[in-house]
Ligand binder design. Structure first.
Ligand SMILES: *Cc1c(COP(=O)(O)O)cnc(C)c1O
Length: 376
């Protein structure tokens, strides 16, 4: 098995070496944009993987093979992270057994459950990411549990292995929203989860130019159900978007390293600033999430949070920075900040989620701290 950086670049190829590759085959393949494929004449049809692009596509397969190799289970690509979450919530919840979701995770997942699942008669229960999941599972008796760790935006952590055990004991399946970590930072399937899903709009694609998502499944039968539902439902990712994400994935290992380096430097410096409270980055040894995060995460990333006195202070700070975009989303090359109360998250008005990009550490420190020093 190759290392993460190698898999990011080469995908899941097991090429025989130059002798096994057709002369003239492109080293870097482009996106395959055709909707239909030559089928052969009646009587000579060879059933191939490709016949119509709603069902499968060579560009999807390259992306799914690479991400599947990193996650450790067959991967299905979706046109957005929400499409990936919706596929699991719609496909694996039933009115007999409800769902249990994080109360402090990505807010659109809650909206989907509250608006759509409840209308189908499916009970929706919630547990805080850092709360008692075994107790919540015993009380709600769900058929499907989803956790998000570290959570967006609080960066709270739960023990995936322990939640998986409690879920399985109750006859439930466990899905982990792995967006903040990526499979380089955490492998939920190895920790006992049934699904690892993510918004690849964030760090995997990594350049802020595409929306995408995926679900990796531990059980190949679950993966088949997801693929069949995707083909029937017809909401699929465009090959161009998947190709862009495949290209982004090639540098994920490098980008995460710089982002984590920047996050560590900024978290340490922000803690010392008088205008800043409650700096959280799981990589700091005394962060409340550090111990459980260290147990299950494989590396740190560039997402941190901190709190300024109020919304006006956040506005003044953002206005004074040169290198911090005021934007939602995270995991890109450019550092960006999002005041999460704007979206209705139950967090203080001045809470900022900061996604550290790949700029030079010294430049970022100068910019972020200099802008804080200028606050009125
Ligand atoms: C952004 C995000 C999503 C939704 O992904 P989209 O690609 O925007 O649909 C889901 N979960 C988490 C944790 C996210 O940060």
């Amino acid at each position: 098995m190759s290392g993460d950086g190698t898999i990011c670049i080469r995908g899941n190829e097991h090429s025989e070496g130059p002798g096994g590759v057709a002369v003239g085959a492109p080293v870097h393949r482009g996106p395959v944009l055709t909707s239909a494929y030559h089928l052969g004449l009646p009587g000579q049809e060879e059933p191939g993987a490709d016949f119509y692009a709603r069902a499968d596509n060579p560009t999807w397969r390259e992306f799914e093979a690479a991400v599947g190799a990193l996650e450790g289970g067959p991967c299905t690509v979706y046109p957005s992270g929400m499409a990936a979450i919706a596929a699991v919530l719609r496909g694996f919840s039933t009115p007999e057994r409800g769902v249990l979701l994080p109360s402090d995770g990505y807010y659109v997942a809650r909206a989907l459950a509250d608006e759509e699942l409840v209308a189908l008669g499916i009970d929706v229960a919630y547990c805080a990411t850092a709360g008692d999941w075994a107790e919540a599972i015993a009380t709600a008796r769900p058929g499907l549990v989803m956790v998000e760790t570290p959570s967006n935006p609080g960066l709270e952590v739960c023990d995936i292995r322990a939640v998986a055990e409690a879920a399985h004991e109750a006859g439930a399946v466990l899905a982990v929203d792995n967006t903040t970590c990526t499979p380089l930072g955490q492998r939920p399937l190895e920790l006992g989860a049934d699904f690892s899903l993510a918004s690849d709009t964030k760090a995997i694609a990594g350049h802020g130019d595409v929306l995408l998502g995926h679900v990796a499944a531990a059980d190949p039968l679950h993966a088949e159900r997801l693929r069949a539902a995707r083909t029937r439902g017809g909401a699929i990712a465009g090959p161009m978007e998947v190709w862009l994400a495949r290209r982004g994935l090639e540098t994920l290992d490098l980008r995460l390293a710089r982002q984590a380096e920047n996050a560590r430097a900024l978290a340490l410096a922000l803690r010392e600033h008088p205008a800043v409270r409650d700096v959280r980055w799981p990589g700091l040894a005394d962060d409340p999430s550090h111990v459980p995060a260290r147990e299950q995460m494989r590396r740190w990333n560039g997402i941190l949070r901190f709190t300024l006195p109020d919304a006006r202070a956040v506005a003044e700070w953002l206005d004074a920075t040169r290198l911090v975009d005021s934007a939602t989303s995270f995991g890109g090359l450019r550092t960006s900040a999002d005041r999460r109360a704007r979206w209705g998250d139950a967090v203080p008005d001045g809470l900022v989620r900061l996604s550290c990009g790949c700029e030079d550490t010294e430049d970022l420190l100068d910019d972020v701290l200099g802008a804080l020093d200028r606050l009125g």
